[in-house]
Write a protein that binds this ligand. Structure first.
Ligand code: PLP
Length: 397
């Protein structure tokens, strides 16, 4: 596989192949151009990168360890390792990009972060970074999610964020993004949009990948140190695609390392029952970028569903669409049921309670382990399951 062809940066207009771009109205397009310029300056400024590195180490707790899962390996065959993003401050990989976005906002002289959240994980990470850096914070969240995700709503309020309840449409993530964009378009002179995944109009997919690539960089070096070789297989779950692209970026140029992105099959293959955008989506535009998108035959965006709220977005990051198209990453699906079984399996075999999102990657890794009993599998454990405990106990037998 041609190295430069795999691990590409977006072109001038923000496309990875035919995916990505920026379909915002002109006023916002100009502002996003300024964000792109500020970002490119920042990552070439040692003061900025030193400050980010300092926060990742002394505040978020990086580097997160890689753990060898001896009990699962004995039981399933292959040697299974986990990159422990669940051990980060706030419990998931999202703090990596939230700290980066908040630092960038400060550098641009902004005084507020505006973000959307579904399950509340990105909202909590954004509210955390805003508190740390003395920024105001407006979080847009669907009314349905506000009720469902009360513990995270409480955390955001304690952290000083302002929660705006979104009452339109299905009152969930997609509408929260819609309304956050509207608010941002009125406040962009003083506020920064802090997107929650490797999605959205250019330059955000590129920015989020940069901030999350610390996962793959660390994991590659840690794995070699522990096992003396590279992993044969690397697995990550894909919602919008930020934890997966961060992990994959460390291995895209290693042509012998097989990469797997795991999408949620939810309750089944029918439209509305899953959130497997790459597997079942068609080319379309959502939230001002082009990607593989779940839609009906008339092109209306479908409702996405997964037991893991962090995965239920009908679109997906443009670089994943590209990596799918060129065949560098294999995208596959795991059902709610399989993810829940893996949630219990990891808890009981290894004493690690994973997020339901991450449980999709775990479930897939256990399948791979049975097929490749002598090989080495590295799984990105994107987050911890504390947030899911009540839901699992009350709703799942
Ligand atoms: C938000 C979230 C995800 C999904 O987001 P990506 O951008 O696809 O990584 C996965 N795992 C956890 C724990 C999350 O909080």
């Amino acid at each position: 596989m041609n190295e430069t062809k795999c691990n590409i940066k977006p072109d001038q207009l923000g496309y990875f192949g035919k995916f990505g771009g920026n379909y915002l109205p002109d006023v916002l397009k100009n502002e996003f151009k300024r964000i792109e310029e500020a970002f490119n300056e920042a990552i070439n400024d040692k003061k900025f990168t030193d400050e980010l590195d300092y926060l990742l180490k002394h505040y978020a707790g990086r580097p997160s360890p890689v753990s060898f899962a001896k009990n699962l390996s004995d039981k399933y065959g292959a040697q299974i390792y986990f990159k422990r993003e669940d051990l980060n401050h706030t419990g998931a990989h999202k703090i990596n990009h939230s700290l980066g976005e908040a630092l960038l906002a400060k550098r641009m002289g902004k005084t507020k972060l505006i973000a959307e959240t579904g399950a509340g994980q990105h909202g909590v990470a954004t509210a955390t970074a805003a508190a740390l850096m003395g920024l105001d914070c407006d979080i847009y969240m669907g009314a349905v999610d506000i009720i469902k995700e009360k513990p995270n709503v409480d955390r955001m309020r304690i952290l000083g964020a302002n929660i705006i309840s979104v009452e339109s449409g299905t009152k969930t993530l997609k509408e929260a993004v819609d309304e956050a964009f509207v608010a941002y378009s009125k406040e962009y002179e003083t506020a920064m949009y802090a997107i929650g995944s490797a999605v959205g109009p250019h330059p955000f997919p590129m920015i989020i990948e940069y901030f999350q690539s610390v996962i793959g960089r660390e994991a590659r070096a840690q794995f070699i140190e522990m096992a003396d070789v590279l992993p044969d297989h690397v697995v990550a779950c894909v919602g919008g695609g930020s934890n997966a692209i961060g992990m994959f970026s460390g291995f895209l140029d290693d042509e012998n390392v097989k990469l797997y992105g795991v999408e949620p099959l939810g309750k089944g293959v029918k439209l509305g029952e899953n959130a497997a955008s790459i597997t079942y989506g068609k080319e379309g535009i959502l939230h001002a970028f082009k990607c593989l998108l779940l839609q009906d035959e008339n092109g209306n965006v479908a409702n996405a569903y997964s037991v893991a709220s962090g995965l239920d977005y009908p679109g997906v990051g443009p670089k994943h669409c590209y990596l799918h198209e060129i065949g560098r990453v294999h995208y596959d699906v795991i059902t709610d049921r399989e993810a829940i079984d893996a949630f219990y399996e990891l808890s009981r075999q290894e004493g690690i309670i994973p997020a339901l999102e991450s449980s999709h990657a775990v479930a897939y890794a256990l399948k791979l382990a049975k097929e490749h009993p002598t090989e080495k599998i590295l799984v990105n454990l994107s987050g911890r399951g504390d947030k899911d405990i009540e839901f699992v106990l009350n709703n799942i037998k």
